[in-house]
Write a protein that binds this ligand. Structure first.
Ligand code: SF4
Length: 395
């Protein structure tokens, strides 16, 4: 595998194909096997001490203070040794689960990595000591602006200055102990209100010593007002927004700091979304298994997301319950396999057109090549549920 590019390796892993195996399968008339799961996201609680304006939980009228049962988690943990990573987070604040660190310890016992994303309000001395003791591999803290007036107005209940102090404590404690883990990320949600503050947040993040700042888009707006805050789309991005992002990149480069900003321009030829449902899955607080957190939002059937100004009524898409069957039985169930097969076929169709195309000599052939790719992708669309999801367009 030495010398092989990262992208090639990812494709090989996802497609699981050697040319010989492919030929053997063709002879036997078999389809290529679907990949095994690698990452689980587990909604350990739906409780939260904030009322963020962009979170579906804020608008949910149903029961929203549930914890994942310890018994169920213990039973599910038999599956963790098959996974690379277990991410303890859903539509709630994970540190509110009374046994969150027991859960993390159980993941570690099964030799999987453990991560969580937090609003940071409960990252006190005790929590930091627990995180370092395990240690957890990844901690991500959510931010919505570089100024308190922006952050606190979106993440209602938060206090940006206190939050940055707690992140700083975590990084300093890790340093004192001489540890490399957890890797600490800030997740800075980019909106019309926050984008101009991105360069300033990069400076702050460097000063504190966090490892990386990731700047995702508001990719699942649940109200029209939130969709209006979005700055990405199919059209060319606003110059001022782009300038702010470029400035942030310059600040980061000067400091050799890792900054990842999600693209502002959507594309209709994304092969598979970043959450890669071929390898990842989401388990909600009841133990129901869905391809991603957007497919099971607070268990609601009346949930709407917005897509380019259109209100899209969305019912949950779940493929089974861990309360009733094992994860293996859900993952290999017929309907779930059919869902994943759509993505798998799409990847293969793309690969069949793109593989080894080093023979393009002029613009006409390049144009024909792009048309072939468009055709392959339109003949193998994403599953219906994903059609009006910004993540399916590269957000
Ligand atoms: S495209 Fe959207 S809905 Fe579909 S799996 Fe990805 S994140 Fe989930």
């Amino acid at each position: 595998m030495q010398g092989e590019s990262g992208l090639k390796r990812i494709f090989k892993r996802l497609l699981g194909n050697s040319p010989e195996k492919k030929t053997q399968r063709k002879k036997r008339g078999q389809a290529a096997p679907l990949p095994a799961p690698a990452i689980a996201q587990v909604e350990v609680t739906t409780r939260c001490n904030f009322k963020c304006t962009m979170c579906p939980r804020t608008y949910s009228s149903g029961e929203k203070n549930l914890d994942f049962s310890w018994d169920l988690f213990e039973r599910f943990s038999a599956f963790f040794s098959k996974l690379r990573l277990v991410h303890l987070q859903g539509w709630g604040e994970p540190l509110l689960h009374p046994r969150i660190f027991d859960m993390a310890a159980l993941v570690r016992q099964k030799n999987a990595q453990v991560a969580f994303t937090t609003n940071g309000s409960l990252l006190d001395e005790r929590a930091i000591a627990e995180i370092l003791h395990l240690p957890m591999q990844h901690v991500t803290v959510s931010i919505a602006g570089a100024e308190a007036s922006v952050h606190d107005a979106i993440r209602v209940g938060s206090d940006l200055d206190a939050l940055m102090g707690r992140v700083s404590n975590l990084v300093a404690a890790r340093k004192r102990k001489g540890l490399k883990e957890p890797v600490v990320h800030l997740s800075y949600m980019v909106t019309r209100a926050s984008v101009s503050g991105l360069p300033e947040m990069v400076r702050k993040a460097c000063e504190i010593g966090v490892d990386r700042l990731v700047a995702p888009n508001l990719d699942c707006p649940v109200t029209q007002a939130e969709d209006d805050l979005r700055i990405f789309g199919f059209e060319k991005p606003d110059k001022a927004h782009q300038n702010a992002i470029e400035e942030a990149q310059i600040v980061a480069n000067k400091r050799k700091f890792r900054l990842n900003v999600y693209p502002l321009t959507l594309s209709d030829d994304v092969i598979i979304c970043e959450l890669n449902p071929l390898e990842q899955f989401f388990v909600n607080v009841h133990g129901d298994v869905a391809p991603c957190a957007y497919a099971s939002v607070m268990g609601r059937s009346d949930y709407c997301r917005y897509f380019l100004g259109e209100k899209v009524p969305t019912s949950p898409l779940v493929f089974g319950s861990l309360a009733e069957e094992s994860m293996d039985s859900v993952w290999y169930g017929e309907q779930y396999r059919r869902f994943r097969r759509q993505y798998h076929n799409r990847m293969h169709a793309y690969r069949n057109v793109a593989a080894g195309r080093t023979d393009i000599r002029n613009m006409f052939e390049l144009d024909a090549y792009f048309r072939e790719i468009d055709k392959a992708l339109s003949e193998n669309p994403v599953p219906g549920f994903c059609l009006k999801c910004y993540k399916a367009c590269g957000a």
